[in-house]
Design a protein around this ligand. Structure first.
Ligand code: NAG
Ligand code: NAG
Ligand code: NAG
Length: 380
């Protein structure tokens, strides 16, 4: 008798059955990808080279020797504003509180006090000309908080677009308020989608307190972030986070209204920018531009997948690392770089005496480092 082999169809059908869920999942993912309205766009790659500017002086381990100010008494103290007259530092937190922190040489002796709650998410802070604090509140718009804590909305829309993410602010000597709306499409809790989508929904704006007029100065910015007025009142610097650059908008001379580069090819993503009163700007970098970011920035479909992951799972994949701050001169030349591979999300930096103080969008404290003791030194 001829022996027949055991019938192979059984194995095949088993394989087929096993692969069904995988095929189904694949089919659903493709359908999901096709249907999702999140539509990532190509970024202007010619403006985004891989090589970054390097500061001649570095401290690449700023956690070493650092303190935590107000630890556990604040959540996400994003911007920091120092009032040298009273020795008080103001910071805006994720729970809506603007807190006052008494600056003390000893970290433990810094007293944290709740000042006012905007009911929104205070990001950028600037000192007004009449003792008030002007607040770029991500949820509410541009606010005036008077010395005695009364909150007034100054503006929350321009040219028919409501602000979705009012972000950075500074005030010129003539009283004009310069500020950014990072996006008129995405609010703060959706900000990774704005960055992954790669379309310019950000704007640089001005508000004139005497006419109460809001003007759009520059349209089509990629996540418009920190703002600072130059000490000579000739220009305003504003940062575009995913483009890893800050630009100048001229306000003061014959170039008035024109825009050019202040600094580009930054090694990370710029957030707030502040003047130190001594010829330099501090630019906070929330993360370095990691290899993974460099890779996905080229491919809208990868950014779309990541956007869908964030939309439906709520978590940012680990594409960020190493946060810090750079010191640049008035021409935009970087001089010093303070950072640490284990830090992420530093959002603002200022220097008070020997110390660098840095806010953060997520940390429950203000980061502090004595940079006289732990300076940036020659990297060569
Ligand atoms: C720091 O706090 C200590 C103890 O509370 C106090 O005696 C000292 O005056 C404070 N220093 C400053 C600079 O505020
Ligand atoms: C903010 O409010 C205070 C108190 O009403 C006022 O004196 C100040 O001029 C206001 N500032 C702006 C920029 O509107
Ligand atoms: C910062 O460090 C320097 C050098 O170690 C020290 O002399 C200075 O007192 C420190 N500053 C403060 C405010 O602790």
């Amino acid at each position: 008798m001829v022996k027949t082999d055991p019938p192979p169809p059984k194995q095949n059908s088993l394989l087929f059955l096993l692969s069904l869920p995988i095929l189904l999942a694949l089919f659903l993912s493709v359908a999901w990808y096709q249907l999702d309205s999140f539509d990532a766009a190509p970024l202007p790659m010619h403006e985004l080279t891989h090589d970054a500017v390097a500061a001649p002086l570095l401290n690449a381990r700023i956690l070493q020797g650092s303190d935590k100010i107000g630890a556990g008494k604040m959540v996400g103290p994003e911007d920091v504003l120092y009032d040298s007259g009273t020795g008080v530092l103001y910071t805006g937190c994720a729970d809506g509180w603007i807190k006052r922190v008494s600056v003390n040489d000893s970290a433990q002796d810094s007293v944290v006090e709740d000042w006012v709650n905007t009911g929104g998410r205070p990001l950028g802070l600037a000192r007004g000309l009449h003792g008030e604090i002007i607040v770029a509140d991500a949820d509410k718009g541009l606010l005036n908080v008077s010395e005695d804590g009364v909150i007034e909305l100054l503006t929350d829309s321009a040219e028919g677009h409501q602000f979705k993410l009012t972000d950075g602010v500074d005030i010129a000597e003539d009283g004009t308020i310069y500020f950014t709306d990072a996006s008129y499409k995405y609010s703060l809790h959706q900000y990774p989608l704005d960055i992954l989508e790669g379309r310019p929904y950000g704007r640089l704006l001005s508000y004139n307190p005497s006419t109460r007029q809001t003007k759009v100065l520059v349209h089509d910015l990629y996540f418009a972030n920190g703002v600072v007025v130059s000490p000579d009142q000739k220009f305003v610097v504003f940062c575009e986070t995913p483009m890893r650059r800050c630009k100048k908008y001229y306000i003061g001379d014959e170039r008035k209204g024109s825009v050019n580069t202040f600094v580009d090819r930054l090694p990370g993503f710029p957030d707030n920018i502040h003047y130190d009163g001594e010829g330099h700007f501090w630019i906070a970098l929330s993360s370095e531009a990691t290899d993974l970011w460099h890779f996905i920035q080229n491919y809208p479909f990868l950014r779309k997948i990541m956007g869908i992951v964030i939309k439906y799972w709520g978590h940012l994949p680990p594409i960020l690392k190493s946060s810090g701050a750079m010191l640049a001169d008035l021409e935009g030349k970087v001089i010093e770089h303070y950072y640490d591979p284990s830090l992420i999300y530093l959002a603002s930096a200022i220097k008070i005496g020997d110390h660098l103080y840095a806010g953060s969008i997520v940390n429950p404290y203000i980061f502090r480092l004595n940079v006289t003791r732990y300076p940036a030194t020659s990297s060569a």
